[in-house]
Ligand binder design. Sequence first.
Ligand SMILES: [Zn+2]
Ligand SMILES: [Zn+2]
Length: 131
Amino acid sequence: MRCTTQRKAIVTYMLNNKNHPTAKDIYEFLASKNYSSSLANVYANLELLERINLIRTIAYGKFPSRYELTSEPLHSHIVCVQCGSLRDLKTVNIMEETSTSIMNDTGYLLVSLSFELKGLCPDCDQSVQTF
Ligand SMILES: [Zn+2]
Ligand SMILES: [Zn+2]
């Protein structure tokens, strides 16, 4: 499969799945669509998509990196320290105000903004309580 075809498939997948997929999720999706590919190939394409600023990487320590499209407005995430599950924070207004004032202060065009929020997701919280 040509790289451009695979990249298009990746972007389409991410448009339809705003769940911050990992490279492995994307690889499994491509495999399910009978695109012949390798995980290394997916990583290479993700790297390229990031370089042309179509996607951003969300990396949290020991967990595999996750990806989302840059067409999503800047927002922060909260991650579970136990299972690595991740969700968007809906504090959009605060984030918008913050990014605007940061850009005004620094003259930088902000392309990424993250607060490292960590916690236990409801599933993991429950499993801790039942111990
Ligand atoms: Zn969890
Ligand atoms: Zn997100």
